[in-house]
Design a protein around this ligand. Structure first.
Ligand code: GRF
Length: 207
């Protein structure tokens, strides 16, 4: 059972849900004082839905509609409605493979956060760990940021650096970054839940 806290998060994901699990475990352990109000996925058999249901948390598949990389108009309205019904304070994207557009963003201004597997603004977009490896950087990491109209371009809340080691493969580097994600994302959700995060333009403090 999750403890009930007034700060409610909605989680959107398309994949296995390891970031969601890290957040849910931090809540269950009492280190993050928030409630998972809802988990939604555009993928019917996504691991994130199973992980939520295994923990007795509300989880639902919401189809994304006719496009491949974004929500269609009907789906967007459905996601916004469900998140509002769940009375979420913050929407946490955890591997949600759809770009969110204007109406969705305007429904939750400065209340949508995302985790990205690089030290932004380096390597936005897909498979950022492969981009980092190919470029030859010695340090990469992960970033939690507010979501804006661009791709991985919103104000940065927190980052954790990860070394690129000799002999790293895409898989080994990705795993090291994901370990950092599982520390960073719960810490950011905790800071948001405690009301510590302040935003002024691109400057974000409080983590
Ligand atoms: C994470 O690595 C995150 O950086 C990216 O999507 C991945 C989701 O993984 N945005 P998981 O579903 O949380 O395991």
């Amino acid at each position: 059972m999750q403890p009930e806290h007034p700060f409610r998060i909605g989680v959107l994901g398309s994949g296995k849900g390891s970031n969601f699990v890290a957040i849910a475990e931090a809540i269950a352990a009492g280190t993050v004082r928030a409630t998972v109000a809802a988990v939604f996925s555009d993928v019917a058999d996504a691991g994130i839905l199973r992980q939520a249901r295994d923990r007795g948390l509300p989880a639902e598949h919401l189809p994304a509609g006719k496009f491949r990389t974004k929500l269609d108009e009907e789906a967007e309205a459905l996601y916004v409605r469900r998140l509002r019904e769940a009375r979420v304070d913050v929407v946490a994207l955890a591997g949600f493979m759809r770009v969110l557009k204007g109406d969705f963003l305007r429904a939750f201004p400065l209340r949508i956060v995302n985790i990205h597997p690089s030290l932004l603004p380096a390597f936005p977009g897909l498979e950022a760990w492969k981009q980092a490896l190919q470029y030859g950087v010695k340090v990469t990491g992960c970033t939690v940021h507010f979501v804006d109209e661009g791709v991985d371009s919103g104000p940065i809340i927190g980052q954790e650096a990860v070394p690129v080691l000799p002999g790293d493969t895409a898989a080994s580097l990705h795993e090291r970054i994901q370990q950092a994600e599982r520390r960073l994302y719960p810490a950011v959700v905790g800071a948001l839940a405690e009301g510590r995060v302040r935003v002024s333009g691109r400057q974000v403090t409080g983590l």
